[in-house]
Design a protein around this ligand. Structure first.
Ligand code: MIG
Length: 836
């Protein structure tokens, strides 16, 4: 849209006819991209192949090479080089693991095809034309197949617009489009859950005020899941160049994905369950480490709280209003004239004292850190030797971060050797080349300017990276990164810039505070970002549409390997109403990242801003979040271990129920909670689809049979919420912040299924140190079954070395009109009890 109006503006001085013709051409040009693959050259037939213990390499008639590598029975990598041999170098910033256990596989060869067979997948390479097909090894039915041979841009027809001549050629793969096929994932997209019939571009972009359909946004995760008739597979196209995904926008026969350079390099995952694919994807690109438990606490922000007194005021007000709060975020105005790793001497003269005061109230501080470092050559004669606390000193004549970076040669340069000087908040700025290992170490260590004062987390903004000179990245085109000695340009490195910045930050925090789990939040990212950072969805609008859009966005991110997500509660840009803020919190109170944040010009929207009526409702939900902490934390551990996200679309838990395939105005937390929020004004009832099984209304315990749509009341104080029959929800005491009280008692709310059964496994650890990685956790399995008129509860022997100490467990049966409760002392031993 914007492009067209821009074109009209430019064309205004021309006469109307010429303008129209030009405009038509322009519209055509911007639409032909999706059809363009027709002009691409197809890879030649396979003429020979070699085999080693990991897979096969095929040689094609046009001198191209294709490699299939078996990483696991359900994970096969495909790599192709067009008209030349595969390069020896093979590196990706996204990949976390290359030490795969050798997998059993065999090879069969026929005149027509070469087939790799694992315990789960048959990868068939048809020789001529060369078409790759994946089949289920048990049923031999096709899961996913090339519709055309892999392609490359031999004639240069894709070389337009931003195309970087250094990038190589456009590469693409086209796959058959199933008549009933659905597509999920693809990271952060302002789009509905099912991506079928959509077309998308990946190019990390600063997109304030985005609405549905805006593309690309901040992040790039070139991974999607295809689902047809209950069977799922995944494809991770690991290519950091600007990439394109077309899920049947123009063709009834194929979908395609491609990139403006780099290699054809993708990983094929076979389910058939989506959860299994997500587990493998996490094995490949990294499991999210456990963040500190307080990351699940309530957080408050605005652009910007200053001076220090106002930050204290926010904390005080939260306590006064009896609203739980764990974290306050401090935005760019704390900096000394936007210089990162400094403090404004007037606004924040004594950060240590501020952090100390907040800590007494259980409040942690997260500071924003942008990648733009003020371009500031030291004034002549200025003293440059660093004091031990350079972040507090004056910076006007000499800025220690710039001085150090220049001296070490860590800043990005253009191809001609000149320093690259983008314009961001500090004005003229420089960016770090995070592909340099020493530069990452330096950047990480700079964070002592925060941790020394008690800052607990880092918020990485603007890391697409945004450049006010040209937000499309045009100004950065000839910027060269070290890239492991390969010295590549922006076309390859833009999309991984934030990944590497977050990595540098995360690793720095690990070194600075080895006994604490790092907490990093990022706006941009690439596949694998979950290893280093949690994320939020950037500059959303304070509109009902934006609230509604956030649900498929969180769900899709969860299906793309990013389990810790959230948006600015209340929306970032624009003006809230009490009603909208309340409804927003009815989603936010269950999103992993729960932070209210507001634009610099925006009308204030802290929970109390619209009066007591709304505030009372918001308080109820924030308190419930804290009571649900044992449940949320158990779900967080599941995400860490298995890759299954916290915030899920229904289809992840019910992929064989075709009614769930398109539902993205409801969501689930873990396996057990289903929420159907209100996403429109003046609405006090809604339809809710409940998947097959038994469901309990969370508020009334009323039982519903699933597999159908029900109508429920939803007055402003109530968000429709259901618990799966068969679930046990562990709850803790009400708290103002994580750690205020021990989890004592833990109360297990039991919701038996049709057969009177229910179970859960509670996860616990110290909530803050990395000791959980060495076995310092505890898992306690609880099983409940109906026995006559009562229930038998068995508490399993705890597993793991973490000892939470003696506390009480209480068990509440929710199936009956009169709640039955039994409380026992938990002494860390197996036992069985009866509830009558
Ligand atoms: O151009 O730091 O998305 O959360 O408050 C605006 C100021 C820069 C954008 C972030 C927003 C943050 C703001 N930043």
């Amino acid at each position: 849209m914007e492009n067209y109006s821009l074109a009209l503006l430019i064309l205004r001085p021309l006469n109307r006819r010429t303008s129209l013709i030009l405009l038509c051409l322009f519209v055509l040009a911007s639409h032909c991209r999706a059809q363009d693959i027709a002009s691409l050259e197809k890879i030649g037939p396979a003429v020979s192949f070699t085999r080693n213990d990991k897979g096969i390499t095929l040689n094609c008639s046009d001198k191209s090479q294709v490699q299939l590598t078996v990483l696991a029975p359900d994970l096969i990598r495909v790599r192709a080089a067009f008209t030349k041999p595969l390069p020896a170098r093979d590196h990706s910033w996204a990949i976390a693991r290359d030490d795969w256990q050798p997998t059993q596989w065999s090879l069969t060869e026929t005149l027509d095809a070469i087939t790799i067979v694992t315990a789960e997948v048959e990868a068939v390479v048809h020789r001529s034309p060369m078409l790759i097909e994946f089949r289920d090894a048990r049923t031999h039915s096709t899961i996913n197949a090339d519709e055309q041979p892999m392609m490359y841009d031999a004639r240069g027809t894709m070389r337009k617009g931003m195309f970087d001549p250094d990038a190589g050629v456009f590469v693409a793969a086209a796959k058959k489009l199933g008549f009933d096929e659905h597509f999920y994932g693809l990271g952060e997209k302002a789009a509905r859950l099912d991506k079928r019939r959509g077309g998308f571009v990946n190019w990390n972009s600063d997109t304030p005020g985005y609405v549905e359909g805006r593309d690309p946004l901040y992040q790039t995760v070139p991974f999607y899941i295809g689902l047809q008739k209950g069977t799922a597979y995944g494809i991770f196209f690991d290519n950091s160049y600007r990439s394109h995904f077309d899920f049947g926008q123009f063709s009834q026969e194929h979908i395609w994905f491609g990139a403006e350079g780099g290699e054809m390099n993708y990983y094929f995952f076979y389910g058939p369950s989506i959860k299994k694919i997500l587990g493998r994807y996490a094995d490949l690109t990294g499991h999210m480490p456990m963040p500190p438990m307080w990351a699940l606490g309530n957080q408050q922000s605005r652009y910007s709280y200053y001076p220090d007194k106002m930050v204290e005021e926010v904390a005080r007000r939260y306590r006064q209003e009896d609203l739980p709060l764990d974290v306050i975020h401090i935005d760019i105005h704390y900096l000394n004239a936007y210089r990162v790793f400094t403090w404004d001497p007037q606004r924040f003269p004594d950060p240590t004292a501020l952090m100390g005061k907040l800590k007494q109230q259980g409040v942690k501080v997260v500071t924003i850190v942008d990648p733009g470092i003020k371009y500031q050559p030291a004034a002549p004669g200025a003293k440059t030797e660093a004091s031990s606390r350079p972040e507090l000193g004056p910076q006007e004549k000499s800025y220690y971060v710039y001085n150090q970076g220049i001296e070490k040669g860590f800043f990005q340069k253009r191809k001609n050797g000149q320093l690259f000087i983008p314009r961001v908040w500090p004005g003229d700025s420089v960016f770090v080349d995070y592909t340099l290992p020493e530069a990452r170490k330096w950047w990480g260590d700079l964070h002592r300017a925060y941790t020394d004062h008690g800052v607990q987390g880092i918020w990485n903004d603007m890391n697409e990276p945004a450049d006010f000179v040209d937000q499309t990245g045009g100004n950065q085109r000839d910027v060269v990164s070290f890239d492991e000695g390969e010295k590549t340009t922006h076309a390859k490195n833009r999309n991984v810039f934030a990944l590497l910045e977050a990595r540098a930050t995360y690793e720095g925090l690990q070194r600075l505070q080895p006994n604490q789990r790092p907490y990093v939040i990022t706006r941009a990212g690439y596949a694998g970002i979950q290893r280093y950072a949690t994320m939020w969805t950037g500059d959303s609008n304070s509109t009902w549409d934006s609230l509604a859009l956030s649900i498929p966005m969180f769900e899709s991110l969860g299906l793309s390997g990013e389990p810790f997500v959230g948006s600015d509660a209340g929306g970032f840009i624009g003006r809230d109403t009490g009603e909208m803020l309340t409804r927003w919190y009815q989603v936010a109170f269950l999103t992993p990242f729960c932070r209210n944040h507001k634009d610099v010009k925006g009308y204030d929207q802290e929970p109390w801003r619209f009066g007591k009526y709304y505030e009372d409702i918001i308080r109820k939900y924030l308190k419930l979040r804290y009571e649900l902490m044992p449940f949320l934390y158990t779900t967080l551990d599941e995400a860490h271990r298995t890759g299954a996200p916290i915030f899920r679309p229904l289809l992840l838990n019910y992929q064989n129920d075709e009614n769930t395939l398109d539902i993205d105005d409801e969501f689930m937390i873990g396996d057990d909670l289903l929420v159907a929020p209100i996403l429109k004004p003046n609405q006090t009832e809604r339809l809710v689809y409940l998947p097959k099984g038994t469901w309990y209304d969370y508020w009334t315990n009323k039982k519903y049979p699933g597999g159908t749509m029900i109508r429920v009341d939803a007055p402003l104080e109530t968000v429709p919420m259901f618990v799966r029959g068969g679930a046990i929800i562990p709850l803790g005491p009400s708290m103002s912040y994580v750690g205020e009280k021990p989890f004592d008692p833990i109360s297990f709310a039991i919701y038996p299924d049709e057969n009177g059964l229910a179970s859960t496994t509670l996860y616990e650890d110290d909530g803050s140190s990395p000791a959980y990685q060495d076995g310092a956790f505890r898992r306690t399995k609880i099983d409940v079954k109906r026995a006559g008129i009562g229930y038998l509860v068995s508490v399993g022997a705890p597993v793991g070395n973490y000892n939470p100490g003696r506390r009480k467990f209480s068990f509440v049966i929710k199936a009956d009109p009169i709640a039955r409760v039994v409380t026992i002392a938990d002494e860390g031993q197996a036992r069985t009890l009866e509830i009558r």
